[in-house]
Design a protein around this ligand. Structure first.
Ligand SMILES: [Zn+2]
Length: 413
């Protein structure tokens, strides 16, 4: 017996076929509007395939090749679905019984390339020659022009990744809401999600580029971190098919998740930028937040609304900021991660070690409060050109847990 939702889908498909015979271009949206919740992408996939087949069948000019293409698309979909269901059914016991989940899933997929871990990574979205320009920085009359071009390339790269993440969301969800349902998104892409004991890393994606599994380290109990891991692995699946086909998996630890450095042109920074727009998409994010100076109250509100970590929320807010703003995460007096707003031009970065006079340095001392705000010369924080401008920065710093201090910095213009 088909379920109520399946029956509803079958009815919609039948209506679509009837309408297609009487109308030239039936409006997809009107069928999706009646689709049972959570089944929108299956219905879209089915209607598009049927549309192709019907176009072929009922157009006298349709070639045999087009008819074949429609039929083979259906077959590919069916085969992919069957393989996914097989993996879903078999995954738990196989992963449970194995000390090497990646290998176990590779075997299950019939994919035996797991051992080839040294395959060089490739498949970045933009040309690697841009990195040459970056290395060429450092003086000369062309420096300013190079920088403008360089910044424009980095912005365009981030924009491309943002567009791809958001187009995936639009295709998958007709009524997208925060927090974004990454588990449903994974299953629509034929990616199963499993927990397993992983030694030395937090998450991995095992796939042949068609179907696969995201494995999350059992030890990682933080829900926001888990959601981020899933978003990051979805990004690899969508963006990096050539690497997946070559080696069969991605394996990620904390260092990979912290890499947002567009300028390294790596697959890891691409996956992080994609994941950040997947979890906090523009369609749901109040971009006008960028007009006011970033505050922790904003960061915490975003983190709560989108169910993401404070670091992910802070980076998203900073990238939307119309101010010269920066978020810095430090531990034991050392800066471990930072992100700058797009308003910073040229080469800027915070000092590697916290300087005396900053609120963050004060917070490292025992017995201080957890939260401080101060205004100080930009040179206390930055080693780039902004330090020589004699401007000041407004700093808001907060201690989180035992070992991390988050600082929001905004140049006072
Ligand atoms: Zn990765």
């Amino acid at each position: 017996m088909p379920s109520h939702a399946e029956q509803k889908i079958a009815d919609l498909i039948e209506r679509f076929i009837k309408d297609s015979r009487s109308t030239a271009q039936p409006d997809m949206a009107s069928y999706l509007a009646h689709c049972p919740r959570g089944m929108e992408s299956q219905l879209t996939e089915a209607l598009e395939t049927i549309k192709l087949i019907l176009e072929c069948r009922y157009q006298p000019s349709a070639s045999d090749e087009l008819v074949d293409e429609g039929i083979s698309r259906l077959e590919v979909l069916r085969a992919k679905k069957q393989r996914f269901e097989k993996i879903e059914d078999a995954l738990d016991p196989v992963v449970e019984a194995s000390r090497h989940p990646i290998e176990a899933i590779c075997n299950l997929l019939g994919w035996r390339k797991a051992a080839q871990a040294s395959t060089p990574s490739h498949g970045c979205l933009l040309p690697a020659h841009a990195g040459v320009m970056y290395r060429g920085r450092g003086g000369g009359s062309g420096q300013a022009t190079d920088w403008l071009l360089w910044n424009a390339q980095l912005e365009s790269r981030e924009r491309t990744l943002c567009d791809r993440a958001e187009s995936l969301l639009r295709k998958t969800f007709t009524d997208l809401q925060a927090p974004v349902d990454v588990a449903t998104l994974a299953s629509r892409l034929y990616l199963s999600i499993k927990d397993a004991e992983l030694e030395g890393f937090d998450g991995c994606l095992v796939s042949d580029g068609e179907v696969g599994a995201i494995v999350v380290n059992k030890a990682s109990t933080n829900m926001q971190r888990r959601r981020y891991t899933i978003g990051h692995e979805i990004a690899h699946f969508v963006l990096h098919k050539p690497s997946l086909k070559a080696r069969g998996f991605f394996r990620d630890g904390m260092g990979d998740f912290l890499n947002f450095d567009c300028s390294d042109w790596s697959e890891e920074s691409e996956a992080n930028i994609f994941a950040s727009y997947l979890l906090i998409p523009s369609m749901l994010f109040a971009e006008d937040l960028g007009c006011t100076k970033p505050t922790f109250a904003d960061v915490e509100r975003i983190a709560h609304e989108f169910d993401v970590s404070l670091a992910a929320a802070a980076r998203r807010l900073i990238r939307a900021s119309n101010w010269r703003s920066c978020v810095v995460v430090s531990s034991n007096g050392e800066v471990i991660w930072h992100a700058l707003s797009q308003q910073f031009d040229g080469w800027q970065r915070p000092w590697k070690n916290l300087k005396d006079g900053t609120a963050a340095k004060l917070l490292t001392l025992p017995g201080t409060k957890d939260h401080l705000a101060e205004q100080m010369p930009a040179a206390f924080w930055f080693e780039g050109a902004v330090a020589s401008e004699q401007v000041e920065v407004l700093e808001e710093s907060k201690r989180l847990g035992d070992s991390y201090i988050y600082s929001l910095l905004t140049v006072v213009e």
